[in-house]
Design a protein. Structure first.
Length: 675
């Protein structure tokens, strides 16, 4: 007879005459299901990542799920008591976790209840009623969390009902004789609900930040989520027992240290000590094709091109076994030199795809080694950091041309990193418009594309959308930072009033600042303002997409690395720019537009130098800063070239300090590039 559980009371009543271990396992699995809410900082009330709370959560949840690997002993009960206490003490509702006021609080309470359920896991008498109550409490708060995490009021009932149906199925399995411990080795969800698919990628992204060290826990949770037989890759039954025993033996003083990264590093070191990985005999390959299962046809299309090019690769549909999928993914990442991600709406919603992408991004954050060779299949809204790594947009490519475009994008080899090639790249694709004016002075020429009344229809429509969005943003930027406001004014001015005084790549320089700053803006505080900026970004991208060869242009710019762009180097470059511009103005060889452009670069450069020296500089995207620095290099190179072509300046003795200042600026830029 089917078991039907629809509430905490139903579950507690059902458990009254059942083994205590059943209650403990059910509590652990319920808490594991809502762990993404407890580890997604965007769900927390104050929206601030709390390393200490996250550490306590994983201590409690690992203990709840792993205690059954360890022989019953007082140490388990003691550790459970501490884990329950420290999680409960960190939540808004430590005494009444069954009545949370927020989805994250419910998740915290579920974890605490799961830890509490195994307090009786010792060799002394226990109260089975307490275990049943705590299991019911964990299940209830898990259902509440699923409820609160649903997208809309209409989804609430479905989310909660699905959570209870999963619990009912597990009760039925236990009743039919399935060993409780083996249930811990089953996947957490028969089919992951929508709210889980939205929350877990955000939680995984935060856990992947290397400065905190929570990557080891992310790996552990993937195993629990997929129902893998062991805690970590390379573990055996013996290693599982040793790991959980070691974890239980860490006392409160060890767990209570302020250096969370050090705690996680010791856990990771213990895991590595216990791993029994086979010697790697499989050869390295050129590429790993990363895609969502819904996009397999596109993956096969790319694979055909790689076959034609004679490249080796790993692809899921051909190379992944039917089980231990996560281990196969880890192996593919370890063996592959480069990643070919196929961006799509499905890709963006896949936590596995994001894990693969993050792995290769961390290997090459500057894109200098071109570890990521990406394609976009549809109009997916990419994550800001993903959007800043150059990709080939396949949306408008005719079917007959797709194979050629894929082949050209994969097969492209960057030019040698020389001063000549760098100068050609930055002045071609970030043309600052420096010219000799009609009066023999340095001037800025308007961009012919943006000021031409007869532009291609697709670009004209996209430009109209930008104008509309700029008008909207002008009326909704009250709470923006001074740098963001200043950048918007510059973009607006160059786009709508006096013509673009740079290439489209130059306008993209402003947009990179806005894109980099958008994730740090609170939706709760800004609301419509953040939404308006998002629409402006989308309109700008549509303009970029309508331009011919923009993908190739951005790819070549990305091939100009900036390995030495620290605060001192940026400040030095800006100072040399300021000196050159001041000398040119004093000699009266510049127009007002040139002076304004130079001053704008100096002002922005000071902001970037300041940001590069901030304590959290490494945590922020560097895309805007690097694009700005490449633009400064192009500005200096173009200025020096024009100065050298004006005989009246080149030959004048009083102009020699100006020419020297221009050369010093260009040399400082080349030093920053490393050539």
């Amino acid at each position: 007879m089917a078991v039907e559980i629809t509430s905490a009371n139903d579950l507690e009543e059902w458990l009254q005459d059942k083994p205590t271990e059943w209650a403990q396992v059910l509590a652990a699995r319920c808490a594991l299901r809502v762990l993404p809410i407890a580890t997604d900082p965007l769900q927390w009330v104050d929206e601030l990542p709390d390393q200490g709370l996250t550490k306590n959560i994983f201590r409690a949840i690992a203990l709840s799920a792993g205690a059954f690997n360890v022989a019953p002993h007082f140490s388990v009960a003691d550790a459970a008591y501490s884990a329950d206490y420290y999680v409960s003490a960190s939540t808004a509702y430590p005494l009444y976790p069954a009545y949370p006021g927020h989805a994250a609080d419910a998740a915290f309470a579920s974890v605490a209840s799961a830890a509490s359920a195994i307090k009786q896991h010792s060799d002394v008498a226990f109260d089975a009623t307490d275990a049943a109550h705590n299991a019911a409490e964990s299940a209830f708060t898990s259902a509440y969390t699923a409820n609160a995490a649903a997208a809309s009021v209409s989804a609430y009932a479905t989310a909660s009902s699905y959570s209870w149906s999963v619990v009912s199925k597990e009760c039925e399995l236990l009743e039919k004789g399935k060993p409780a411990q083996s249930l811990l080795g089953e996947p957490l969800w028969p089919q992951r609900p929508d709210w889980f698919n939205r929350r877990w990628p955000k939680a995984a992204a935060w856990l992947s930040r290397t400065e905190h060290g929570f990557e080891i826990w992310r790996e552990w949770y993937y195993g629990r989520l997929e129902g893998l037989p062991h805690a970590f890759k390379g573990f055996t039954d013996k290693a599982d027992v040793a790991f959980y025993q070691w974890l239980i033996e860490r006392d409160n003083e060890w767990w209570g240290r302020e250096d969370i990264a050090a705690i996680n590093a010791e856990i990771a070191a213990k895991v590595d000590e216990l791993r029994e990985l086979p010697e790697q005999t499989d050869p390295k390959v050129d590429f790993f094709i990363s895609y969502a299962s819904e996009d397999e046809a596109a993956a096969r299309e790319v694979a055909d091109v790689l076959d034609d090019l004679g490249k080796s690769y790993i692809v899921q549909y051909r190379d992944f076994p039917q089980q231990n999928w996560v281990n196969a993914m880890d192996d593919a990442m370890a063996r592959s030199d480069r990643l070919i991600p196929l961006y799509s709406r499905h890709y963006i919603s896949s936590d596995h795809c994001k894990t693969e992408w993050n792995h290769f991004y961390k290997m090459d954050p500057s894109a200098a080694q071109r570890r990521i060779v990406a394609f976009r299949l549809d109009g997916a809204d990419l994550m800001p950091i993903m959007d800043q790594v150059v990709y080939k947009d396949m949306v408008a490519i005719p079917r007959a041309e797709r194979a050629r475009v894929i082949r050209d994008w994969i097969g492209w080899e960057p030019p040698a990193l020389t001063q000549e090639n760098v100068a050609k790249t930055v002045t071609t694709h970030l043309d600052p418009g420096v010219v000799e004016g009609g009066d023999g002075k340095l001037d800025i020429t308007p961009d012919p594309v943006i000021n031409d009344p007869e532009v291609p229809a697709e670009l004209a429509r996209a430009m109209d959308e930008v104008r509309m969005m700029l008008d909207l943003v002008r009326r909704s930027q009250r709470n923006l930072s001074s740098m963001m406001q200043g950048t918007l004014i510059l973009y607006d001015d160059h786009f709508t009033e006096r013509g673009k005084d740079s290439s489209w790549g130059g306008l993209d320089r402003y947009m990179a600042i806005i894109i980099d700053g958008l994730p740090a803006m609170s939706s709760a505080e800004l609301g419509d303002e953040k939404a308006a900026l998002g629409q402006l970004i989308a309109a700008h991208k549509a303009c970029m997409a309508a331009l011919r060869n923009v993908d190739e242009q951005m790819r070549e710019l990305a091939n100009v690395p900036l390995p030495h762009a620290d605060q001192t180097a940026i400040a030095d470059l800006v100072e040399k720019l300021k000196n050159m511009a001041a000398l040119a103005k004093d000699l009266e060889v510049t127009s007002g537009q040139y002076d304004a452009a130079a001053q704008e670069l100096v002002d922005l450069g000071r902001d970037f130098a300041f940001e590069a020296g901030a304590p959290d500089a490494d945590e922020k995207p560097s895309t805007a800063r690097h694009r700005f620095l490449r633009y400064v290099g192009g500005f200096g190179i173009a200025t020096l070239t024009v100065l050298g072509s004006i005989a009246s300046i080149r030959m004048a003795p009083e102009a020699q300090p100006l020419l020297l200042a221009g050369r010093e600026l260009v040399e400082a830029f080349f030093r920053m590039v490393g050539v």
